[in-house]
Design a protein around this ligand. Sequence first.
Ligand SMILES: Cc1ncc(C[n+]2csc(CCOP(=O)(O)OP(=O)(O)O)c2C)c(N)n1
Ligand SMILES: [Mg+2]
Length: 717
Amino acid sequence: MSVTVVPPTSAVLPDINTAPLREQTNKVSQQDMDLLSINTIRTLSMDGVQAANSGHPGTPMAMAPVAYCLWQQFLRYDPQDPVWPNRDRFVLSIGHASMLLYSLLHLTQVRAVSKDYETLGEVSVPLDAIKGFRQLDSRCPGHPEYRWTSGVETTTGPLGQGVATSVGMAIARQWLAARYHRPGFEDLFDFNVYALCGDGCMMEGISSEAASLAGHLQLSNLCWIYDNNHITIEGNTSLAFTEDVATRFIGYGWNVTRVGDANDLNMLARAFQNFQSTNNRPTLIIVDSHIGYGAPHKQDTSGAHGEPLGEEEIRLAKRNYGWPEDKKFYVPDGVYDHFRQGIGERGRKLRDAWFARIEEYRKQYQQLAEELFRMQHRQLPEGWDRDLPTFPTDPKGLGTRESSAKVLNAAAKNIPWLIGGSADLAPSTKTRLTQEGAGDFEAENYAGRNFHFGIREHAMGAILNGMSLVKVRPFGSGFFIFVDYMRGSLRLSALMELPVIYVFTHDSIGVGEDGPTHQPIEHLAHMRAMPGLIMIRPADANEVTEAWKVILQLHHEPAVLVLTRQAVPTIDRTKYAPASGLARGAYILADAPGGDPEVILIGTGSEVALCLEAYEQLTNEGVRARVVSMPSWELFDDQDKTYRDSVFPPGVKARVSVEVASDFGWSKYTGSEGHHLCIETFGASAPLKQLLKKFGFTRENVITAAKSQIARHGSIK
Ligand SMILES: Cc1ncc(C[n+]2csc(CCOP(=O)(O)OP(=O)(O)O)c2C)c(N)n1
Ligand SMILES: [Mg+2]
């Protein structure tokens, strides 16, 4: 099948076929340079995908003029310093179109940046990386990955995540401006956030959640560009997507504008100007485009979406562009210079001016400047932990969500950029910051530290990621069960190595009467299975303090803090081991006199108290038992073998794990012959006491299990 190739809009993009390329590059007009640059993006993308023999060529070909117009004319971005804090952010929410971004990073010669934020000399995406697109260790992986390729602002690939993350970036900028701007310094944080999305992003629920909140918050620094090409993998969007996107966004309170032809640089520029002059709401630019633009057999078909064009089709497309048909990875003379003179010059000046301004600011507002420095380097302020509470022994105790509220507030007092909120559950998760002036983050008060994400867990996760990418320290909270609703964003926190803090309460059947829909069972196992994430389920108030200490000092891991609704005793630390053992993930809380136990009881969170009760009785009966409090598998697995063996001596095979959840994975610590007191079903609706009995979480059952373990392993003395 052959379709008519939509010709370039000649008034805007002259047909470079009219003159041989060499001639053109010698003597070129601005318009010629525009087209030459756009076609370089297109052909690099096509060649990269072809060489990899996999990838998505069609959308980079279609969106090249849009990205070019934005980057070259508008983006305030210094390729020499891609971590300059006030740079505009560009998020490629259509992560599959990664070659578009890699081509831009290459042509603008964005520099690689080290982990310590030192700018290094080398180019982030050299031509060889593009030639090695999708190959092992190339800086051009299949989808853009934050922390792997400098210039990639956030990892994208799961559709919808990028746009939702961009909302978090826009929010963080508003917060920074509100907190740090002072008279005469109203421009320190005025960056814009642009996100390029497609039909897939628009269909995903997360974009609706995020757009709804962005509209509510009137984030005028946020611009989404929607590639309205009517094509997804299965074919035309008429198969599954016929809603009126413009009307939907108008309903959200957005400014909506249209560009009828993705090749029309004038209209694109006007749309971006329209965005920049809109100061009371976010902007959506709907751009009509032709996927696979210029490829005679594949344009406007899903065939241009996710597979290489093929050598012959590439040849024909290049012919349509007036490109040398046999040249691959070809960057014509003058293209690098052109970008250097456009985005490069503009960005460098803005960046240098910003650093000069910050120096001025430092002279007048030393304390605030110091805060900014530390925040941007993910450091904590001096004395951040000075007010963290310790809790007195209390057999009745308090819910770990209650103790967490105290610790969080004590920390937030000394860490001004620790900000966050909840998906409408703060009264239950107890994450509200209560100190004087903490306030609520609203359109009228961007300085507020309490965020109301609304009942939008998935977007909340992505927004936290976006906030963290701007380097404030965000936390979000909800019921643990609803981690199911945000797993996609949480996974990206871990993949991006962002120190986002998730506070999840109501962590088990302990929620009681709300029943199975609200009782997490397999969720601890879910979290433990995710690489790069630190989960902590503290046993009592003092472990909560220790948990926050660990979490706040993380640099590259998201943390999941799992807390109870119900009261748990505050353990007597004069009798049992100090809570500081939490930092090692698992520690011996109570031991057989002189050590050398016959059986080890391992508990987490609310079950540690039950283990202690059983331990006391076993000890009275002369059974040599040990209790290990194990709040974090991940922290424990990070310890050296000597420590791990000291907690779980290999010779002691009699082991009982006690956790009101699925036992998935526990054999790693109990051995295949150990006993797991656990729950294999979905819980039930009843008062907690009845539930504990129903599911067997009684002292007697722990003792019976301990004794049968000892009998089984034949080590009773
Ligand atoms: C959450 C999620 N679901 C599914 C996919 C697989 N996927 C990748 S691209 C794509 C189609 C996207 O269509 P569109 O956004 O219109 O992009 P275009 O084909 O126009 O480039 C799908 C379903 C994905 N990447 N993320
Ligand atoms: Mg599409």
